[in-house]
Design a protein. Sequence first.
Length: 392
Amino acid sequence: MITLLLFAVAVAWVGHACVWVAVLNNLYARPLPKGPLKVWRFATGATILAFPWLVLGPLGPYPLFDQPHEPGGGPLEHGLLAYAVACLAFGGLVFPLVTLHRALRKPPACVVSEYTRTLDLWPELGEKLVGDGKGQSATRLPGNGVFKFDFTELTLALPGLPPAWDGLTILFVSDLHFHGTPSRLYFERIIDELTAGPEPDLVCLGGDFVDTDAHRAWIGPLLGRLHAKEAKLAVLGNHDLYHDPARVRAELAAAGCTVLGNGWQEIRVRGARCVAVGHEGPWVRPGPDLSGAPHPSEAFRLCVSHTPDNFYWGAAHGVGLMLSGHVHGGGIRVPVIGSIFVPSVYGRRFDCGVFAERGSVLVVGRGVSGKEPLRVRCNPQAIRITLVSAAS
């Protein structure tokens, strides 16, 4: 009986953790102050760890270290029992089914090919990569892949693609998080790799450039090295808003970027009309107003959105391709289960990869770096996208 009880508690503990992490993910996706979010994050960790005590402790419905008794008594005991049963259902049924669905999910039909080449920079550059920012000790943790960089080549066949765009290339770079660790040498080496091949038609930068005021000075020398045949497009991320966003925008403009902000511009790409949309919501409001933009049948709509949470908005507004970052692939990915902490109102749904909805396609990159230099089974990444017509 005790063995069965402990097994049930273990399964319910998983469900309990899922519930609290889901709430945490949702809150971190919203424009809330950093201080309360950090408090809630620590409270979430403590509450998850406390679950066995809540069920098996002296106040729980099954006190393991007291004389076992049938559930009953006060409302606290009834409430804990009801919550434990709900967690048992979530941990034993909902979580396994969702995990299985994610594991069996096939890439959307628009994905023609995908290839990733990994650069292990530590054997090449060693301690020079660490830098002088916060979290230096984390870079040396066993299994940390923060210095293993993935360069992904992705080919997509998109419906409604202008004929002139057959073979168009887009370099998507997001979430650099300049703050000292990794060092500037890390980013120099990454950009060496990104600029080694043919020049892309478009460069799209997905936000979260800096985590300190001082490191705004890195934007020009580093991102100014990225060149495009047609245009360089950029939006800000939520971290940039804490470090004088007007100056961040100015640095990006000086580096040759068209800073879209929360709006749109009509540009010409290979002679074809394109509505380039920027979406910095929900942190910058109001969101883009496309009421005056050319219809999707007249001009392809390309959106750079910091967070993938805006994907359904994009699908409803005729966006053909949306590029997003922000969620870092979860940062830590557990075998079989995948990501856990993903700052999105949709939880793990859009953690990384390619997604399709109502004629719109979303590409979510894992980002080049992070404020916390920790990656487990989730290497930093930049993506080179080649577009081909769906007919071909």
